[in-house]
Design a protein around this ligand. Structure first.
Ligand code: 9YW
Length: 435
């Protein structure tokens, strides 16, 4: 058997086992030990994979998350399982409650107050496509469409904090890449809370060398507490950390296109979604494209200007269908070049610049390769006709996922497992690539 066939034979049963073990009955935890609640973009990725096991379960995954949507349209980044002891994960549900005791979450549901990247409409569309009759017949699509539309409205109307037509994030947890070196400069302005004022739970499950530092956490806590104490208001100029991230915005554009397709399937008008996607695409090119780097960069809205750090988030606009051909070609060159080494020095794209001063092959979002990023890139490569590159990436992802025990992330050079194992989105997305 070739190694590719062996990987395929191992991935499907292995992924099924991970997803079954991490399923709680209404959603899937990212990992039993480290992340014992429901996470927003994890659930979107998980549903994309679990639709191959059970369409009903994938629908349930997404609907459990959408039921926790706040009255302003935001989808919180964590939905807490209230049966889990509060100290099992930091920050726990109490952390996010403002002095009034009320968040915008529906009664009886405990959530965080920040958001994660909007992959949900894309996930709903893919779950729908897995069994269109069941999805229309059960009302899945009709129930999810208005919630997804409200979510996108929240992002475009309330989070255009830079005023240039893009969505801004107000916490490094929001783009999902917590300790990316892109946040180092904007975070340096944030006064950390003292380490003795909070108790991390992540180090009970993960190696300290694979995780963010205490100083990072001190700043994360300060930003989240300030947002909470300000009543989760999204006023321009009121956040110490405000960044426009190309990954978040590219995912919103891809999801807005998905929403157009969902609208069409329901007999609704897709044109407002296409128009919004076109406006976002123009703003993305205008505000975040850096021709010299051949990459999209993050914009520091508070400090002003583009952040000169090269992150894999800058390659994710390959998911945007209407990207100009010259921009696509430049991104393909950057992906294969010395900074990301795809297909030359590494098989899976690293989260951060291989040549960057802050590169660390083990530490979380500062270098390791993550499977969600690689799945998104594989999709983007295919979308723009880079079939050979997409095929190679797919084969590598399958092989490394199986060999690493469905690791959370891997060293991009050695492909050794890092972080937690039996990680749900690694299982789900490699299952999606395998079938
Ligand atoms: C944490 C759950 C989440 C992901 C994020 C990832 C990590 C939480 O885990 O953040 O405690 O560090 O950075 O993208 O959604 O898998």
């Amino acid at each position: 058997m070739t190694s590719a066939r062996r990987a395929l034979a191992q991935v499907v049963p292995g992924a099924r086992r991970v997803l079954d073990e991490n399923w709680t009955g209404s959603s899937t935890v990212p990992s039993r030990g480290l992340y014992p609640h429901q996470w927003s973009w994890d659930s979107a990725f998980i549903a994309i994979g679990s639709r191959h096991l059970s369409v009903r379960r994938a629908q349930r995954e997404l609907e459990t998350l959408l039921t926790a949507q706040w009255d302003d349209g935001r989808i919180p980044h964590i939905v807490y399982n209230q049966a889990v002891p509060p100290g099992a994960y930091f920050p726990g549900p109490d952390f996010w409650r403002p002095s009034t005791g009320h968040t915008g979450a529906p009664p009886g549901v405990a959530t965080s107050g920040i958001v994660q990247p909007p992959v949900h409409a894309l996930a709903c569309l893919l779950v729908h496509r897995a069994d269109p009759r069941a999805s229309v017949g059960s009302g899945f699509l009709a129930r999810t469409y208005p919630r997804l539309a409200a979510w996108h409205r929240y992002l475009t109307d309330r989070r255009d904090l830079g005023g240039g037509g893009l969505v801004a994030v107000v916490h490094p947890w929001e783009p999902g890449m917590d300790n990316s070196p892109c946040w180092d400069a904007p975070l340096a302005r944030v006064d950390p809370v003292p380490p003795e004022t909070f108790q991390r739970a992540d180090l009970d499950h993960g190696a300290a060398t694979d995780r963010p530092t205490d100083l990072d956490y001190g700043r994360y806590v300060r930003l989240a507490a300030d947002y909470r104490d300000g009543g989760y208001e999204d006023r321009p100029g009121s956040h110490a950390f405000t960044v426009e991230d190309p990954g978040v915005n590219a995912l919103l554009i891809a999801s807005e296109h998905a929403l157009a397709e969902i609208a069409s399937s329901l007999g609704a008008d897709p044109r407002p979604h296409r128009a919004r996607a076109a406006r976002l695409t123009a703003a993305l090119l205008d505000r975040l494209w850096d021709p010299a780097a051949g990459l999209f960069l993050c914009r520091d809205v508070v400090g002003g200007g583009l952040i000169p750090e090269l992150s894999a988030a800058g390659l994710l606009p390959l998911l945007v269908p209407e990207l100009p051909r010259a921009t696509v070609d430049a991104l393909l060159r950057t992906a294969a070049g010395e900074h990301f080494g795809l297909g030359t020095s590494v098989r899976l794209v690293p989260s951060y610049d291989l040549r960057g001063a802050a590169f660390d092959p083990s530490r979380y979002w500062r270098g390791p390769a993550w499977f969600n990023v690689n799945w998104l890139l594989e999709r983007g490569l295919r979308l723009h006709g880079a079939v050979g590159e997409a095929d190679a990436l797919r084969a590598a992802a399958l092989e490394v996922a199986a060999a690493s025990g469905f690791a959370e992330y891997v060293d991009p050079y050695t492909e050794e497992a890092r972080g937690t194992r039996d990680f749900s989105w690694t299982a789900a997305l490699t299952l999606d690539l395998a079938v």
